[in-house]
Design a protein around this ligand. Structure first.
Ligand SMILES: [Zn+2]
Length: 144
């Protein structure tokens, strides 16, 4: 074996070092990437709740009362895409509490989960928060 042919390509050690460096770098980037994914899901939930709020307002103007469940909005044609009735993180239908004339303006009527769900069981931002809509139309990210 000549000296020139012995220097061709990488040695096993060099290859392992490169793989180790790639593994370390990707481990550093993972939290940033999953955090960005979660922020995108929160934004999508906010968008869903905004659409549902508009649908609710139209339903109220049409029927004179709020629907007993959110599914009525699709049945009445105010929402055409059922998938916006689901939290983007859990895929579970949004919590909905039918508002009455006595419901306070700052009470959450729609949310990713029931508003009394403790931290650690909430869907967004590492289980600390959820998105909710108040009766008055204000959107909140609770727990953030
Ligand atoms: Zn959500």
């Amino acid at each position: 074996m000549t000296k020139a042919s012995a220097n061709k390509g990488f040695t096993l050690i060099e290859l392992l070092v490169v793989i180790a460096i790639i593994a370390i770098l990707s481990a550093c980037l993972m939290p940033a990437l999953s955090s960005a994914t979660d922020r995108a899901r929160v934004t999508q939930c906010r968008s869903n709740l905004t659409h549902i709020a508009i649908g609710l307002r139209m339903y109220f103007n049409d029927q004179g009362a709020y629907p007993d469940e959110l599914q009525r909005l699709t049945e009445a044609g105010f929402i055409t895409d059922d998938s916006i009735l689901l939290c983007t993180k859990t895929g579970v239908p949004y919590y909905y509490s039918q508002p009455t004339p006595d419901t306070p303006i700052d009470e959450l009527i729609i949310a990713c989960v029931a508003p009394d769900t403790p931290q650690g069981q909430r869907p967004h931002s590492y289980r600390n928060s959820f998105v909710g809509l108040q009766k008055g139309g204000k959107l909140l990210e609770v727990g953030r």
